[in-house]
Ligand binder design. Structure first.
Ligand code: FAD
Ligand code: SF4
Length: 511
């Protein structure tokens, strides 16, 4: 072969220009390697879904006469890292040129850069042709500006790509943001449509992972993996979402419920992050559906959904490339505590955390508000080391890839970036959790109390967090109300709250 092309596990984009026609002098390779399975404890469903999707992709390419080899984890020839395996292939097939698509992760970008420097043959990197924006578009957009506001970036993206616009410049519906309408709790007896689940047999992948003793977390029934593992299933999920979930997506996007795990969410993040489908396809399908069903799908539903993909997803990608590698070391509050053991087992009496964590172990999925306002909120208030928090988030979710995990976790949820992404930390007491969920109804702890042994730990930790970080947060005008309430609180009560918080922090593993 003249050319060898590497396809990474999150580059399963059949619409890429590489694959427009067969090229007999080119060999493609996908590989399962331990450097990818071992950098974190992945959820077993995530590991199986990735491998199954990669194998399906290799098969698809071969069926189109695009020659592709697939190196399995347990293949004796597998050297378990990209560089060594690539060197072997270059030598074996006497390859003259090496091609790859730009990785979305900094770690792999460095590795492939270094690999190319070591090569004596030609090499070339290609765009993945997946995102709306290039790696540097956000940095260019904000160049010279002090604040990196998602809202202004999102509006610029809407304008640039002519999405939900009247007359090419005004937002459809008269405003850019309908978030105020999107904070409803699920009414009692409201039953969301059931999620569309697939039935993929991943026993081969599962056996391979077990046989090679890869450390994983979470539960699986390998005969029936529910996640999409090819393009066809991803498109089915997209269409199911538009017809069944989009009409109430915005309204209930922040709601949480003990017996519902996906509500009106799309669960398209795995398909998009592996590039089985593109954000452009997702956005245009949703808009097409909305245009045909404007009566049932109001403006807040479609705008809320487009904001997540064209706004947040592209914004996080841009921040990542603007701020790495410094970003992965940031620890604004100098948090040092270890993650409580029960993050790995779900064994806690705090009902909101028990549900969110058990659901994550069961499905490799939690929706945004569970990640942000339950598990993330607790870790922040408890002062957990952001390295520990990242390690957990980067493994447990089906969609966890560093570019979108770390910006959301370290940035948005832990404020370890000191306010690059959020203008204030996302913190809340039981008040918010009760407002958005039914978790507090059956909890050992009392959501109305902030002191005493039955009081909800969030309530004392919330005040303790703001009190102990006053030097860093006291001047933030968005928090002036919080500090005013704290200062007005009876001094005896304040001291009891801090005593309770101290007890909670000393007994994190036993809550
Ligand atoms: P939906 O609610 O249906 O939203 C539609 C799509 O919008 C998602 O599929 C996703 O592609 C995009 N989206 C929504 N919110 C965000 C966001 N904040 N950032 C980027 N894209 C967004 N998302 C990941 O893809 N991988 C991660 O590892 C990840 N880690 C997170 C960690 C924390 C602490 C938090 C708070 C959020 C994280 N997110 C992550 C963002 C978001 O929670 C998930 O994208 C979403 O829950 C995926 O489920 P869904 O496909 O049903 O999303
Ligand atoms: Fe969570 Fe507190 Fe509500 Fe219990 S009372 S579910 S710990 S917020």
């Amino acid at each position: 072969y003249k050319i060898l092309r590497l396809i990474l596990g999150d580059q399963l984009n059949i619409q890429h220009s590489w694959f427009k026609k067969p090229s007999p002098d080119t060999l493609h390779v996908l590989m399962e390697v331990k450097t990818e399975t071992d950098y974190v404890w992945h959820h077993i469903q995530k590991a199986c879904a990735f491998f199954a999707a990669m194998e399906n992709f290799a098969e698809l390419l071969n069926s189109k006469k695009i020659e592709t080899i697939y190196l399995r984890l347990d293949d004796p020839k597998n050297k378990q890292n990209f560089s060594d395996n690539l060197n072997d292939l270059i030598e074996k097939f006497d390859v003259k040129e090496f091609h790859y698509q730009l990785p979305d992760e900094y770690r792999l970008d460095q590795e492939l850069n270094n690999f190319c420097k070591s090569l004596s043959i030609n090499h070339c990197a290609f765009d993945t042709e997946h995102f709306y924006t290039s790696r540097t578009e956000l940095a260019d957009f904000f160049s010279g500006k002090k604040e990196l506001l998602m809202e202004s970036f999102y509006r610029a993206m809407r304008t640039k790509h002519h999405i939900l616009l009247d007359d090419d410049h005004d937002p459809v519906g008269g405003k850019w943001n309908f978030d105020e309408e999107n904070r409803k709790k699920l009414p009692k007896n409201h039953k969301p449509n059931p999620p569309l689940l697939f039935d993929n047999d991943v026993r081969q992948q599962y056996n391979r992972i077990s046989a090679t003793k890869i450390k994983t977390i979470g539960n699986i029934n390998p005969k029936h993996l529910l996640w999409p593992v090819n393009r066809d299933q991803s498109l089915k999920l997209l269409h199911y979402f538009c017809e069944n979930c989009l009409p109430l997506f915005g309204t209930f996007q922040d709601a949480m419920q003990t017996n519902e795990w996906s509500l009106y969410h799309s669960r398209l993040s795995f398909s998009m992050n592996t590039k089985l489908i593109s954000p452009v396809e997702v956005v245009s399908s949703a808009i097409k559906y909305w245009k045909e069903n404007k009566k049932s799908t109001t403006m807040n539903q479609i705008e809320g959904f487009i904001r997540q993909i064209l706004g947040w997803r592209e914004y996080m990608r841009g921040i990542y490339w603007m701020k790495m590698p410094e970003f992965e070391k940031m620890n604004f509050f100098d948090h040092k505590r270890k993650l409580p053991e029960w993050y790995w087992t779900g064994k806690t009496e705090m009902n909101c955390l028990k549900h969110s964590i058990n659901q994550s172990l069961e499905y490799a999925y939690a929706h945004h508000i569970q990640r942000l306002m339950i598990t993330g909120n607790f870790a922040l208030l408890a002062g957990i080391d952001p390295d520990e928090v990242d390690f957990w988030y980067l493994g447990i979710y089906i969609d966890a890839i560093q570019w979108v995990e770390i910006t959301n976790t370290r940035g948005m949820s832990q404020y370890a970036d000191g306010g690059i992404i959020g203008s204030k930390p996302y913190t809340a007491t039981a008040n918010y959790i009760h407002k958005m969920s039914n978790y507090c109804d059956n909890c050992k702890y009392d959501r109305n109390e902030k002191t005493g042994e039955n009081s909800c730990p969030f309530n004392s930790l919330y005040w303790d967090f703001h009190d102990r970080n006053r030097a860093k947060l006291g001047k933030n005008h968005r928090l002036s109300m919080v500090y005013r309430i704290w200062d007005k609180m009876n001094p005896d009560l304040r001291s009891e709250v801090l005593t309770r918080a101290d007890f909670v922090l000393k007994n994190l593993n036993n809550l």
